[in-house]
Design a protein around this ligand. Structure first.
Ligand SMILES: Nc1c(NC[C@H](O)[C@H](O)[C@H](O)CO)[nH]c(=O)[nH]c1=O
Ligand SMILES: CC(=O)[C@@H](O)COP(=O)(O)O
Length: 163
């Protein structure tokens, strides 16, 4: 469903699992930091709202979105998280580089979900313009960081149901 039709920050609190005792890793790209900073804040505030403790949220930064896969892999290996959220903002430039970066992160995160028994959440904005990114990081379309946090809590619950 297009984001125009579904606000990224809309969710049903009643059907969102609690997060007490859960450890969440968050890997954040430094590229487009004003945007990724807003995404990170949305994710953290949403996790705290549902009971995740501040000390159980581990944040690491990487240079760009291409490095998100490696950062998520390290957190999975080293901090024993219940879920990892990757946060980035890739904005189309003049060259095909956008496509290679986006495809790499998509494939990398998909592979981590297959290889490890830890849900890795795709909190990546892939936009044509900075304006579109701002609209999806706390603007008129909500905050994808909120969406990523809710998704992490739901996937942790699914993982525990089928352990
Ligand atoms: N143009 C954007 C990038 N490019 C950098 C790559 O992600 C990577 O860090 C570099 O190629 C070195 O490996 N990254 C973003 O996150 N967003 C962009 O818009
Ligand atoms: C996604 C990118 O790497 C891109 O923003 C870089 O810009 P350009 O394609 O103009 O070099």
């Amino acid at each position: 469903m297009a984001t125009e039709l579904q606000n990224l920050s809309s969710y049903d609190p009643g059907s969102t699992p609690r997060g007490e005792g859960k450890k969440i890793g968050i890997v954040v790209s430094e590229w487009n930091k004003p945007v990724t900073g807003n995404l990170l804040n949305g994710a953290i505030q949403t996790l705290l709202k549902f009971g995740v403790q501040q000390n159980d949220i581990v944040v690491e930064y990487v240079p760009g979105s291409f490095e998100l896969t490696y950062g998520a892999k390290k957190l999975i290996e080293k901090i024993d998280p219940d879920s990892v959220i990757v946060i980035g903002c890739v904005i189309q430039g003049e060259t095909p580089h956008f496509t290679f970066v986006c495809n790499s992160v998509t494939q990398g995160i998909t592979e981590l979900n297959i290889l490890h028994n830890i849900p890795v959440i795709f909190g990546l904005l892939t936009t044509n313009t900075l304006e579109q990114a701002k609209a999806r990081s706390g603007g008129r379309h909500g905050n994808k960081g909120d969406e990523a946090a809710i998704t992490a809590l739901k996937m942790i619950a699914l993982n525990e149901k089928y352990k």
